[in-house]
Ligand binder design. Structure first.
Ligand code: UD1
Ligand code: UDP
Length: 389
């Protein structure tokens, strides 16, 4: 054996940050790929911006967590959360000195991790880069978080050519921008495949069977999620009023709503919808039963980002309760419609989909504009090229 071959090979240490439910889902395939890749050492850092909702994902994907910064407090303000994140992330960076960091999306975790790394001259790769509405107030504060994260990143991983064009229009260097697809599709492919397993099927039936009537698979179900800060207050009032009216108009349809734990969501939703017979307010669901609900439902009513990407891949029409979206691909493809947090619009479009098969069929045509499930390997290859490993 040559002396060169016996030299220890330095494998760069790659820090992967996640803090909320969607970041963990979208980082899970990348963490698994990194853990199996001889070119790198994985350092997995959970900021704990979320707690129960994050832990559900960590369990399902069996994610390793090397540091849990455990920052969440009930009803946290953006400023206090940011301050806690900055201090705790920097302490870990000081101890671990990673060679490169990966962040995902547009949360406070992303911005603070990017800034803390920048201060320590650690290059950052931004996964799901380049999504833009062009309006800093919507989504709030996510549009600002992702614009600022782009300014700090060394490598940018836009999921689509639309998001790539946004980055190039901001003069990001083309040789640092890689269209990869969205890692949410990597995660979804993995989960849909796992749900073929009889033991997992049984686990899903048990979980949802405890929460819903036993014939839940044979009725028409509208699946609902909502948590955007810009919808707090009047937006949520309009959303709840719309759901209540729809529940009365369509008594045979079930409205299934796993409610986000943010008190700004829990309080109005429980107060206005808690007593309706055909509205089922569930705790936030673990990713596994939630994917099962998406696969079974008739349509999805949401203000979530990730759900806008997943549901069209499963052939489900998506009505987005927002005024703008940074995910225009689904709108262009015709599988997503923006209905705003506007009562009459929501009632009109849900009613239309429930009563007019031609409109339903046109929206349900499955397209998958968000990738082929290979995003993680593209990302790691780009990092390897930059780090010359
Ligand atoms: C955050 C992200 C948002 C993302 C969303 C995903 C920011 C500013 N917002 O919003 O971009 O779309 O996560 O869901 O980064 N809570 C719990 N347990 C949990 C999670 C939340 O009790 O597991 C409650 C706590 O009271 C917490 C509050 O929800 O203080 C708000 O959490 P936070 O992460 O600040 O905001 P989200 O609305 O969840
Ligand atoms: N999700 C989940 N359980 C739920 C609701 C959503 O696992 O009860 C998943 C969903 O499949 C998607 C992600 O959470 O992958 C979206 O998270 P969220 O809506 O909280 O955040 P956003 O995507 O808007 O940032």
């Amino acid at each position: 054996m040559s002396s060169k071959a016996t030299q220890p090979v330095k494998r760069p240490k790659i820090a992967v940050f996640f803090g909320t439910r969607p970041e963990a889902i979208k980082m899970a395939p990348l963490v698994s790929a990194l853990a199996q890749d001889d070119r790198f050492n994985l350092l997995s850092i959970s900021t704990g911006q979320h707690r129960e909702m994050l832990d559900q994902v960590i369990r399902i994907f069996e994610l390793p967590v090397h540091h849990d910064l455990d920052v969440m407090t009930p009803g946290q303000s953006l400023a206090s959360l940011s301050a806690r994140l900055m201090t705790k992330i920097d302490s870990v960076l000081e101890i671990e000195q990673p060679d490169f960091a990966l962040v995902q999306g547009d949360t406070t975790t992303v911005l603070m991790a990017s800034l803390a790394c920048f201060y320590r001259h650690i290059p950052v790769g931004h996964v799901e880069a380049g999504l833009r509405t062009g309006n800093l107030a919507s989504p709030f504060p996510e549009e600002a978080n992702r614009v600022l994260a782009s300014s700090l990143a060394t490598l940018h991983f836009p999921p689509t050519t639309t998001s790539e064009q946004n980055l190039l229009a901001e003069n990001r260097s083309p040789d640092r921008v890689f269209v990869t697809g969205n890692t949410v599709i990597d995660a979804l492919h993995l989960e849909v495949q796992r749900q073929q397993n009889p033991a997992i099927k049984e686990e899903i039936e048990r979980t949802l069977g405890d929460l819903l009537p036993s014939d839940w698979r044979s009725t028409r179900n509208v699946l609902i999620t909502g948590h955007r800060r810009e919808n707090f207050g009047s937006g949520f009032t309009a959303i709840c009023d719309a759901i209540a009216r729809l529940a009365t108009r369509f008594p045979e349809v079930r409205f299934i709503y796993p409610v986000h734990l943010n008190p700004n969501v829990q309080v109005p939703v429980q107060a206005s919808l808690g007593k309706l017979n055909n509205v089922f307010l569930l705790p936030p669901q673990s990713y596994r039963p939630f994917v099962a609900l998406m696969r079974q439902c008739t349509l999805v009513l949401t203000d979530s980002g990730g759900v806008q990407e997943e549901a069209p891949s499963l052939g489900k029409p998506v009505l987005v309760m927002r005024d703008t979206t940074e995910r225009p691909e689904g709108v262009t493809a015709g599988t997503v419609k923006l209905v705003g947090p506007v009562k009459d619009n929501i009632v009109h479009h849900v009613s239309e989909l429930l009563t007019q098969p031609s409109i339903y069929d046109a929206m349900a045509k499955a397209t998958n504009p968000y990738g082929d499930g290979q995003a993680s390997s593209r990302i790691l290859n780009a990092v390897a090229t930059l780090l010359q490993v």
